[in-house]
Design a protein around this ligand. Structure first.
Ligand code: GLU
Length: 557
């Protein structure tokens, strides 16, 4: 019996040849410098901040070079699949504005000419290549079950030898076609292994896009390329797909570095040009005084979902990532404060070889600047979209009166000295809660403790009452403040801090104390943006209601 008969026996349903498949995929017609990159998640968990970072870089490299960035779902490991994981990954890409040109879309459809982009839909296609490898005696069926493999492993460990399926341990590598036929006749399940042409003693030299010149031992293991369920392993599927889909550059975490010898070997055996690889060291975080890797299990901020929930605007994450990608970015940004970050050319050779430190404080600063730079319109759009997903109560408040919401977020949008106290959307609901009557009225009386010492509560109530008789919503800022001064004077407070300081004995306090009383009556807070702006936004009815509410709490009109 010959190899071709053997492969027909193993794959009776596969009739196509590799060239038939290859012919279905046109070579991409792009400029020589254009890069084709991909994000190839397995739906087996959540997207980490490091994963998003690698994806962000891949997107940049493709789009800045006029190339293509696509999304491929690597879902051949059905056992490890986690329900809902793909949806969450897609949602994250959408949230962070990572735009891909081809792949599976959020609605589950596909876009692009190089699909299917879901590996589970490509099972038969991989088998064409696997069958061909068997036919060329470059791959073979292995009938070892889990027990047999464990036995091999135990023996290897007891003899202090490298574990795995290779050399003399690769018991089915030398099976003749007749032996294989016998096993098949017994109905034994099998996997297909690569007949590795490599040897552990040999070294591969290659230039990593990020890490530079590297030396790695060649792969000598007869790795599994097709599992007993007929689906390929990740290693094999990714090689076939990266070739057919025309990937030129692969950027990924350096946990894949040790797989590079396998990947290169697969490309060589299949006779295809390898893509270039760039491996990123993991992003680090500070833990007390020391740096460490993020822990997928223990650190909530390892998951991108954390940043979505907290509501960091996508522009802030992008801007922050850019500072991590190339250290020259910050200088560029200083020279080009208003250009989109996409105008900066990312260079793989200038990325830091060690893992960059994720500095939350810096992200927050960047985010504050970004939010400060948004118009009220943009800000309302983004915070509403965030609230729709992550804070329904707040969402309903915003949409119940969008015009009011627009005025609220517009406070402090001074083009010269914009307010910078929001670092993320989740800061907003609490910061503005007092604008909404329901939330305001639900406050406890605790705020009364913050009245200035110079103003006992009964006086505070009287002050507010007196002010309410003068209040006129049409007042300009100066007139508005003038009235506050009048009330101050009426109750024995100095009209400004300076006067008070000169003769503290002559006054109970100064106008600032009166302003504080009004601020508390209006917002229940000691720190707020400008009180005049707040009262303008709240409008006459609400202001009067609140003044009266405070003034009359004890029933004294
Ligand atoms: N599916 C692999 C993962 O889950 C992709 C690795 C690669 O980019 O080659 O990360």
């Amino acid at each position: 019996m010959q190899q071709s008969q053997l492969s027909a026996l193993l794959f009776p349903h596969v009739h196509l040849k590799p060239q038939d498949i290859i012919d279905r995929y046109d070579r991409r017609k792009l400029q020589p410098e254009a890069m084709v990159t991909r994000f190839a998640p397995s739906p087996t968990g959540f997207l980490t901040i490091g994963g998003l970072y690698a994806t962000f870089i891949s997107e940049r490299l493709a789009h800045q070079s006029g190339g293509v960035f696509y999304l491929r779902i690597e879902d051949t490991d059905k056992k490890r699949e986690v329900e809902g994981s793909l949806e969450r990954i897609m949602e994250a890409l959408d949230y962070f504005g990572i735009r891909y040109d081809e792949g599976v879309t959020a609605s589950g459809e596909e876009m692009g000419e190089y699909g299917p982009y879901r590996q589970s839909a490509r099972a038969e296609l991989y088998q064409v290549f696997i069958k061909d490898l068997v036919e060329r005696d470059l791959a073979y069926p292995c009938f070892c079950d889990a027990v047999a493999l464990q036995d091999i492993r135990n023996t290897q460990q007891s003899r202090n030898e490298m574990t795995g399926y290779y050399g003399k341990w690769a018991v089915h590598r030398g099976f003749t076609p007749e032996q294989v036929k016998e096993e098949l006749a017994k109905g034994r399940p099998f996997v297909i292994r690569l007949k590795s042409p490599g040897s552990f003693d040999r070294i591969i030299r290659y230039t990593d896009l990020v890490k530079g010149e590297l030396e790695l031992p060649e792969n000598g293991q007869d790795i599994v390329i097709m599992k007993s369920d007929g689906l390929p392993t990740y290693h094999f599927a990714h090689a076939v797909d990266d070739y057919l889909m025309g990937t030129t550059h692969v950027i990924r975490g350096d946990e894949w570095l040790s797989s590079v010898p396998i990947h290169m070997q697969l490309f060589d055996v299949l006779g295809w040009k390898r893509p270039e690889y760039g491996h990123l060291a993991p992003i680090m975080k500070m833990d007390g005084q020391s740096k460490r890797k993020f822990s997928k299990r223990k650190d909530p901020d390892a998951a991108v979902h954390f940043y979505q929930q907290q509501g960091y605007p996508k522009e802030a994450i992008a801007e922050y990532f850019m500072t991590l990608v190339n250290s020259s970015y910050e200088d560029w940004r200083q020279l080009h404060p208003d250009e989109p970050y996409t105008w900066f050319q990312v260079e793989t050779g200038k990325m830091s070889v060690s893992g960059p430190l994720f500095d939350m404080a810096k992200l927050q600063d960047i985010s504050k600047d970004i939010i400060a730079g948004l118009s009220a319109e943009e800000m309302l759009g983004q915070v509403t979209e965030w609230a729709r997903r992550y804070d329904t109560g707040f969402y309903h408040r915003l949409v119940s009166d969008t015009e009011y919401a627009h005025r609220i977020v517009g406070i402090g949008k001074d083009p010269f000295k914009p307010r910078k106290d929001y670092a993320r959307w989740s800061d907003v609901p609490n910061a503005v809660s007092y604008f909404f009557d329901e939330a305001f009225e639900a406050d406890s009386e605790a705020f009364l403790e913050w009245l200035p010492v110079s103003v006992p509560l009964p006086i505070a109530r009287q002050i507010v009452h007196s002010y309410s008789t003068l209040y006129n919503p049409g007042d300009e800022r100066e007139a508005w403040f003038g009235k506050m001064k009048r009330v101050a004077e009426q109750y024995g407070f100095a009209q400004d801090a300076k006067t008070y300081k000169k003769q503290p004995g002559c006054f109970k306090g100064h106008v600032g104390d009166v302003a504080m009383v009004l601020r508390l009556a209006m917002t229940h807070r000691t720190q707020t943006p400008d009180l005049y702006d707040i009262m303008q936004v709240m409008g006459e009815d609400r202001v009067c209601r609140r003044l009266n509410l405070f003034a009359n709490e004890d029933g004294n009109e």
